[in-house]
Design a protein around this ligand. Structure first.
Ligand code: SAM
Length: 260
């Protein structure tokens, strides 16, 4: 029972308790005075305390009312601005830019959270997160590997990413069942994310990975006939996992041009 608080599974609560790991994460973030930093899920403050010591003021988004009450008892409004509620619904565009987003994320909602953060990439300087190692592996995966999928393509389109280091279950109370990892994401300059219709690209990627065993001729038939595959120099017999992120941009741009 960390600090008298019963961890809530539904909020993905695994609290960091290893001071060496906490120090390593703060070193990776390298917070500086005057930066705009928002922490997702401050919990019992394992990262909040050292972040605050380095930067003087912090925005936090927390859903658990008991933890919010503790935060209010512990910190002044000059130290932390508390946004009560669901980070999945929070409009990060309302916070000052360029924003640094950090957090030991609730693992039960990690994928939708990553997609939500991606929609604010223009507003963000960088993001540093603790996630399940399996999710970090998927984020940075190369084509033709088991971990490669929709998450890899859509995040690689928007961010440069680096898997920094792994964190064992023993670094948390209660210990999660899986190994965790720290990942950093840097938004790419707008010129590097130049797909003409990103919503279309997202639909194409979802279809290509929806049924991994099926060929692209099958999964992308809504958009591409054999002549289109030939024009794109992509085999219709190939499967979604063989294409690189740039191939998906090419396909979406081709379909956009053809429809114009
Ligand atoms: N930062 C603390 C630490 O490292 O010890 C706690 C991390 S714990 C893995 C995840 C935190 O996110 C908890 O404080 C939890 O209450 C909070 N949380 C869970 N779901 C959330 C949501 N949808 N929006 C905002 N915070 C959430």
């Amino acid at each position: 029972m960390p600090q008298g608080h019963i961890a809530r599974k539904r909020f993905g609560q695994n609290f960091l308790s290893d001071p060496n790991i906490i120090r390593k994460i703060i070193t990776a973030i390298a917070p500086r005075a005057g930066e705009h930093i928002v922490e997702i899920g401050p919990g019992l403050g394992a990262l909040t305390v050292p972040l605050l010591a380095a930067c003087g003021h912090l925005e936090v988004v927390e859903i658990d009312r008991d933890l919010i009450a503790r935060l209010k008892d512990t910190y002044t409004p000059e130290q932390i601005t508390i946004h009560e509620g669901d980070a999945l619904k929070f409009d990060f565009g309302t916070l000052p830019a360029p924003l640094r987003v950090v957090g030991n994320l609730p693992y039960n909602i990690s994928t939708p959270l990553l997609f939500h953060f991606a929609s604010f990439a223009d507003h963000v300087r960088d993001m540093t997160f603790m996630l399940q190692k399996e999710v970090v592996d998927r984020m940075v995966a190369e084509p033709d590997t088991e971990a490669y999928g929709r998450l890899s393509v859509m995040l690689q389109y928007r961010f440069h990413m680096a898997h920094l280091f792994d964190v064992p279950p023993g670094a948390f109370r209660p210990a999660p069942k899986v190994t965790s990892a720290i990942v950093s994401l840097q938004p790419k300059p707008a010129a590097e994310c130049a797909c003409r219709d990103e919503a279309l690209m997202a639909r194409i990627v979802t279809a290509a990975f929806g049924q991994r065993r099926k060929t692209l001729r099958n999964t992308l038939r809504e958009w591409l006939a054999d002549a289109d595959f030939a024009a794109l120099a992509i085999s219709p017999q190939a499967r979604g996992e063989t294409l690189a992120m740039h191939d998906y941009v090419r396909i979406a741009d081709y379909v956009t041009t053809k429809a114009a």
